[in-house]
Design a protein around this ligand. Structure first.
Ligand code: GLY
Ligand code: MN
Ligand code: MN
Length: 428
């Protein structure tokens, strides 16, 4: 694995906590993610299931974890099944975990080969009443493609129709939402590496560069400093492209006088940073760009104060939309009178800020947890207000990753965002 492995005790504790949340006489089953075909015999880069990683630290395909805390035999309470390494497989695809390595990485003492799974599972299932499966319950998840836990759930229901199938996702979500010190440490490193890349962009960028050249500098800085790569498809959007919220082509020339919106994040030890910054391509904001930029920055600074226990994403969104509405009047985008007569279903601000401004972050850039989840100490979320004014070719977003606390902690406090600082660092 590029970057570092997390301490084995982290995974041991995560399983212990999860086991304590299961109903009596239960088994929880968590699978590795599928390997996904790109075309022909080529796969997309493999990405471990975040839940399986969180519970074991394993980053290999075809691993299965079963947790059965009430099993009469102690050595059957935690079991990992994995591919039996063989010389031919290893010649083509490299090293696979030995049993000893699985134990070392995960702390699970019982490791079996995958070929023994069905028989052992039968024993475990027959000593349980409930079977917990971890389905993808992310609210915006939508696909026609069946995935491993989904297929597995159907198979289990067919094989054991008299057992209760139960949802693991709510239990793991509750747990993954609160970040342990070990997680905050690696999230901090992901943010620090993102800082290095952004500072490189500030000294590198000039009119005439292609967006993909800027992307290449970012990728270089990420890899050079120990990140696994990008935590998500990077956005390097100059001029009009910044108005496309999910622009990822990064194929255009950066033009003199335009702004450039970057949405980039390093991935370190499987944890994601998520940062947006907006800079002037030629190193100096125009008066109007500066006016708009400072409006967003003011709002972000106020919004960060809301990352305290008891609030929710929903509350933050509504407060930020309200603050931005006021700023938009100040920027002359609409008047107070026009606002009074607006259609409440289509408020005027939504023309210029059409997205929510916070999501949980962790093992995934859009991590588990919904918009009504009450903030608790140790949760980590983004704070990302923006403004998108099509008529003026201005797209601005400023995004930092914040740890919830009585005093919120900004993991990206070192990533420049003041106008003066950006302009100073862009001087050459
Ligand atoms: N980078 C994705 C997001 O900001 O939500
Ligand atoms: Mn984000
Ligand atoms: Mn982002």
């Amino acid at each position: 694995m590029k970057s570092e492995s997390l301490n084995v005790n982290f995974f041991v504790e995560n399983r212990k906590k999860l086991a304590s949340r299961l109903n009596a006489k239960s088994v929880a089953i968590v699978n590795s993610n599928d390997e996904l075909t790109r075309n022909g015999d080529q796969d997309f880069q493999y990405r471990q299931s975040s839940d399986l990683f969180y519970l074991t630290g394993l980053i290999q395909e075809k691993c299965i974890l079963t947790l059965c805390p009430d099993h009469p035999e102690k050595n059957m309470r935690e079991v990992i099944y994995t591919i039996k390494p063989n010389e031919q497989l290893e010649t083509w695809t490299g090293h696979k975990y030995t049993k000893e390595e699985v134990i070392e990485v995960s702390g699970v003492k019982t490791v079996k080969w995958l070929e023994d799974f069905e028989m052992t599972l039968r024993d475990i299932v027959l000593s349980s009443d409930n079977i917990y499966i971890n389905l993808n319950e992310y609210s915006k998840y939508q696909t026609d493609v069946a995935y491993i836990s989904n297929r597995f759930a159907l198979k289990i229901r067919e094989m054991y129709p008299a057992h209760n199938l139960k949802r693991l996702a709510p239990l793991i979500t509750k747990q993954r939402l609160i970040k342990e010190p070990e997680e905050l440490r690696v999230l901090g490193i992901a943010c620090d590496i993102t800082n290095m890349a952004f500072r490189r962009v500030l000294t590198f960028t000039k009119p005439g560069d292609m967006e993909y050249e800027v992307e290449a500098e970012i990728t270089y800085k990420f890899l050079k400093n120990g990140a696994q790569g990008h935590a998500y498809q990077p956005i390097v959007a100059s001029g009009d492209n910044a108005l496309v919220l999910h622009y990822i082509e990064n194929s255009m020339e950066c033009k003199d006088g335009d702004l450039m919106l970057l949405d980039i994040g390093a991935e370190y030890s499987n944890y994601a940073a998520d940062c947006s910054r907006t800079i002037p391509v030629n190193g100096k904001f125009t008066e109007r760009q500066k006016q708009c930029y400072e409006a967003v920055l003011r709002v972000q600074k106020e919004a960060i104060k809301l990352y305290v226990p008891g609030n929710t994403i929903d509350i933050v969104n509504k407060a930020v939309w309200k603050m931005m509405e006021k700023e938009m009047i100040g920027l002359g985008l609409f008047t107070k009178e026009e606002m009074k007569n607006q259609d409440s279903e289509q408020p005027l601000y939504a023309k210029y800020l059409m997205h929510g401004v916070a999501h949980f972050i962790g093992l995934d850039v859009h991590d588990v947890g919904g918009k009504y989840e009450k903030f608790e100490k140790g949760m980590v979320l983004t704070c990302e207000p923006g403004i998108y004014i099509k008529e003026e070719r201005i797209g601005i977003r400023i995004e930092n990753d914040i740890v919830v606390g009585d005093t919120p902690v900004d993991l990206m406090a070192e990533i420049p965002k003041e106008v003066d600082e950006i302009e100073e660092l862009m001087k050459r």
